[in-house]
Every structure is written in C-alpha cells, then in structure tokens.
Design a protein around this ligand. Structure first.
Ligand code: JB2
Length: 214
C-alpha cells in the first residue's frame, strides 16, 4: 500500500526552496507551486502562484494543500515568523512536518508543523523539534534535545544530548553544541563554532569556544 501523495505549496522560491523541493519529493509530496514576490523565479517547473497577499485565494483554490515556509538564510527567523503568521491569519493549512526519506528519525521523536528535516540528518531518541524549524542536510540532534520554533540547525551542525535550543536560533554549518548546553531565543552561532557553556543572552556567538561578538 502506498501513502497518499501530499500536496504542498512553498512560501519562498530561493535557494533553500530548491533544497526543500528535493526533500519534499522524497517524502511523497507533490509541489503545487510557490509564493514569492520575485516573478522571475522558477522552481524546477513548479509555477509561481503569487505573492504573500494572495495566499487566501491560493488556499481556496487548493483546499487540501499544505503550506511550508521555505526560507532559510541566516537572520531570517523573524521574516519566517511573519510569513507563518500570514499563512495562519489567512486560513492556510500549515504543512505537517516534511521529513526526508533519507533521514534517520528515532521512533521517539516529535516534530512540529511547518518544520523540514532534510537529507542525511539524525534525530535521535526523545528529541522534540518545534514548529517552522529546519534541520538542514547532515545535521545531528542527539538524544533528549528540545529545539524551539523558527530555529535553523544548519548543514552538518551537531547538537549533543540533552541540549535545549530556543526559538529563532540559527546554528551555523558545522557548529557543535556540547552535551547539556542551553541556548536562549534569538541566538546566531557562527559556522564551525563550538558552544561549550549555556548562552543566556540573544546575540551572535562565534569561535572555539563560542564567544559573543560586539
Ligand atoms: O517577504 C517575502 C520574501 N522576501 C524575500 N515573502 C516571500 N514569500 N518570499 C520572500 N523572499 C524571497 O526569498 C526572495 O524573493 C527569494 O526568492 C527568497 C530568498 O532566496 P535566497 O536564496 O536568498 O535565500 P533562501 O532562504 O532561499 O536560502 C538561503 O538559505 C539557505 C539555508 C541561501 O543562503 C541558501 O544558499 C542556503 N542553503
């Protein structure tokens, strides 16, 4: 028996959406199209359906469509939050989590609506990931971690066991968070940085060990 194919609409048609397209196809989703102010974009043949002001009409045309925000760049958490609110205000269905068929997901994991878990990731036992978050290609989130909403764990980042990562956090590519470390909301950790102690103030942290930049 095959699962019913899901129908998804992307909000954002840039680089991240191209990576998510590949994940969505692997997860038996049909991409109906995307929403983006840039009329020049193409998403592997899926049409541009309009911009953010059009989402209510788009949802009315495709009542079974699920919407997912597909923007990923550094410091985009606030924009992603606004785009998600716009979807909710306009009655759009937020996509159930989109999870690559090439990810290892423990049976004891919860992932929130609007989140995307990309290829070659590992979410180990007892992990909770919030809403509208991204676990990008090759990232590892170890046992008992809690990851907030609108948070992006970038490519090949490693979050070791028992960490709490807040909302709107961006962990750069290849960064490492040591066991049991807590990171508060609205933090950016630079690529390759190693977080060894709790971060309790929003800001940008880089280096080994990671320290706040001015
Ligand atoms: O308000 C908006 C808006 N503002 C910009 N609403 C909607 N619906 N879309 C918006 N955009 C669109 O986001 C731009 O027109 C553009 O198409 C897209 C941003 O594309 P970009 O490739 O710059 O960023 P991205 O978030 O798709 O991907 C970044 O982050 C990924 C994690 C890139 O840096 C990728 O290389 C990276 N892998």
């Amino acid at each position: 028996m095959t699962d019913k194919q899901r129908k998804v609409i992307f909000v954002g048609g840039g680089g991240h959406s191209r990576s998510v397209a590949d994940v969505a196809l692997s997860a038996n989703c049909k991409i109906l199209g995307f929403v983006d102010p840039d009329k020049s974009l193409d998403l592997f043949g899926s049409p541009r359906l309009g911009d953010d002001a059009d989402v209510a009409n788009i949802a009315a045309n495709w009542p079974d469509a699920e919407f997912v925000v597909t923007k990923g760049q550094i410091k985009s958490a606030e924009l992603r939050r606004r785009l998600a609110e716009n979807l909710e205000t306009n009655g759009c269905t937020i996509a159930a989590p989109i999870i690559s068929n090439d990810a290892y997901i423990s049976l004891y994991v919860k992932v929130g609506a609007g989140s995307v878990v990309m290829h070659k990731t590992v979410l180990n036992a007892n992990v909770v990931v919030g809403r509208h978050s991204i676990v990008n290609t090759g990232a590892i989130v170890e046992h008992d971690c809690v990851v907030g909403d609108f948070t992006h764990i970038s490519t090949r980042a490693v979050v070791n066991g028992g960490c709490r990562i807040g909302n709107g956090v961006f962990l750069g590519s290849g960064s490492v968070v040591l066991n049991g470390v807590n990171i508060c909301d609205n933090v950016v950790v630079g690529a390759g940085s190693v977080v060894v102690d709790d971060i309790t103030e929003p800001g940008t942290y880089v280096g080994v060990p990671a320290a706040k930049t001015l």
